[in-house]
Design a protein around this ligand. Structure first.
Ligand code: ATP
Length: 508
């Protein structure tokens, strides 16, 4: 089992495996790469799809009270004004005057007023050591520990682009070309020109579920409590992109807005926090690497009255994986206000608490489990990475790298390996592959190199089972099935291979 707290090189090892084996590549690598953007290679794409499919299964397919949507990434700009993203979706940025680091104030190490600070002048350890007392700023520079800091500035995280055939800069140039304007006036006109047809790449998938609340509720005759779920890409112009795919500018989310009766939000928040942490643990080897952390009142987002983060113990410490927020009626109320649409719900069976009369119209409260799919890929890779020391056939020491992915998440469910590339073994193996493909099982046919190397390759990419076709297969229609984690092998009839694999995956 991978113990992330013990192996300080774990992240580097996972990054290297991802590149070596085709899980994740740097975006546009041949051009020097695009910082903070990544491409999922053949195996990474499978892993990501499998995680997403398990989420969709448990959140949508197995529930009568939740339906899924797939909304467009581009939305009407008013959506972001109503949601508060245009005004408030910004990070507080600070510059360290001592070491020149630029960082997010809300993520910086805390320092209580009056506590002792020690740091190096200029930020370099070789500089003069300074002892100081923390003021009431509440935090220090994450790089050097000083509290010589600039004031906080806001930086909007949404990517802006424009829609329509008219280039906003064209009309701007026309307008200013014969005028003498001050810098501030030019800035103002430029801003107005850009904003005239500006749209934004969504920074979260959630807003579509609020905006389409009525359409979904009415077309599907949903009764509160009910949920709308969605998976998809989100974009944030993150100031600091860090730790491989943990924080990037383009990432995927799996979010669900669960609409509940006002007054029941506390129970539902408990329910979803528990349900969601259990879901993550279910697919991980190290269950102790997860915890729920309740937000302190000063940490809560403007729309939430309570929130739990599901955190994972990454190699660098605890960090967010999913947020489960109680968003009260903030979003539906705001979208009602801004759009004029009446985003409410009428319950005929309930008396209105204000009048006591049968029939109650109210704005539902919302519990939102918002998970990161991209971060989920990272977590399962970190959790699965393991090394085992052993000796090879010649007695030399060797390390076996194994990706102990849950079989449901593994890119390939099995590898089918002819022992040799002759004697009709490839033909017999390909027949098995064809029957597994037909049954919808994603398997790999692999005949390159010796069998030991092939086992090692599949251990490293997390293939849970290897079916080896040997000469005995040709006489008695059996194959060996090798287990990735134990390396134990047993012989099974070819005719039961599909059933055995399906059963083991179902039980994983
Ligand atoms: P953080 O505090 O790490 O910035 P957040 O609180 O802003 O995250 P949410 O807005 O709650 O994140 O988004 C829900 C989930 O989306 C997060 O728990 C995380 O898994 C994922 N996520 C958010 N931002 C990013 C990003 N830049 N890169 C990858 N995943 C992200």
């Amino acid at each position: 089992m991978a113990d992330s707290a013990k192996d300080s090189n774990l992240l580097d090892k996972v990054v290297s495996l991802c590149k070596r084996r085709g899980f994740i590549f740097q975006s546009s690598e041949i051009y020097g790469g695009l910082k903070s953007a990544y491409d999922f290679g053949p195996l990474g794409a499978e892993l990501k799809r499998n995680i997403a499919a398990e989420w969709w299964k448990v959140m949508v397919h197995e529930r009568e009270d939740i339906v899924g949507i797939d909304a467009s990434i581009m939305m009407h700009p008013e959506v972001w004004r109503a949601s508060g993203h245009l005004a408030g979706f910004s990070d507080p940025l600070v510059d360290c005057l001592n070491c020149k680091e630029r960082f997010r104030a809300d993520k910086a190490p805390k320092a209580e007023a009056g506590s002792a600070l020690v740091y190096y002048k200029g930020g370099k350890k070789s500089g003069e050591k300074v002892s100081a007392t923390a003021g009431d700023r509440g935090y220090v520079c994450p790089q050097c520990g000083a509290q010589e800091l600039s004031s906080e500035r806001q930086f909007n995280l949404m990517f802006r682009t424009s829609i329509g055939p008219v280039d906003p800069l064209e009309s701007f140039v026309d307008e200013i070309q014969s005028k003498t304007l001050s810098k501030a006036e030019i800035r103002e006109k430029l801003d107005a020109a850009i904003k005239s047809n500006a749209i934004y790449l969504r920074p979260e998938t959630a807003q579509a579920m609020f905006v389409q609340f009525l359409n979904v509720q009415q077309t599907m005759s949903m009764k509160v409590p009910f949920g709308i779920a969605q998976q998809g890409k989100s974009f944030r112009n993150e100031l600091t992109t860090e730790r491989f795919i943990f924080r990037c500018c383009e990432f995927e989310q799996m979010e669900m807005e669960f609409f509940v009766e006002p007054g029941t939000q506390v129970e539902w928040l408990q329910y979803w926090s528990q349900a969601r942490i259990e879901w993550w643990k279910r697919f991980a080897n190290d269950k102790s690497g997860f915890r729920l952390r309740q937000h302190a009142p000063d940490e809560l987002a403007h729309y939430a009255d309570n929130c739990y983060d599901i955190e994972y113990l990454y190699p660098w410490g605890w960090g967010e994986l999913e947020g489960v927020a109680s968003r009260i009626d903030y979003d539906l109320t705001k979208h009602s206000e801004f759009s004029g649409a009446k985003l409410s719900y009428f319950d005929q069976q309930k008396p209105d608490p204000a009048t006591g009369k049968m029939g109650w119209r109210y704005t539902p409260y919302v519990i939102e489990p918002a998970a990161g799919l991209t971060r989920g890929v990272l977590l399962f890779l970190l959790d699965a990475y393991a090394e085992e020391k052993g000796v090879d056939a010649e007695g030399a020491e060797k390390t076996r790298v194994i990706l102990k992915l849950n079989a449901k998440l593994a890119p390939f469910k099995a590898a089918v390996l002819p022992l040799m590339k002759k004697d009709n073994l490839p033909e017999a193996a390909r027949k098995i592959v064809a029957s597994l493909y037909k049954a919808g099982v994603n398997v790999s046919y692999d005949e390159q190199q010796g069998i030991g190397k092939r086992y090692a390759r599949h251990d490293e990419i997390g293939t849970p089972y290897c079916l080896t076709v040997d000469h005995q297969t040709l006489t008695d229609e059996t194959v060996t099935i090798r287990d990735r984690d134990t390396t134990a092998q047993e012989r099974i009839p070819v005719t039961s291979a599909l059933e055995v694999i399906k059963k083991r995956i179902a039980e994983a």
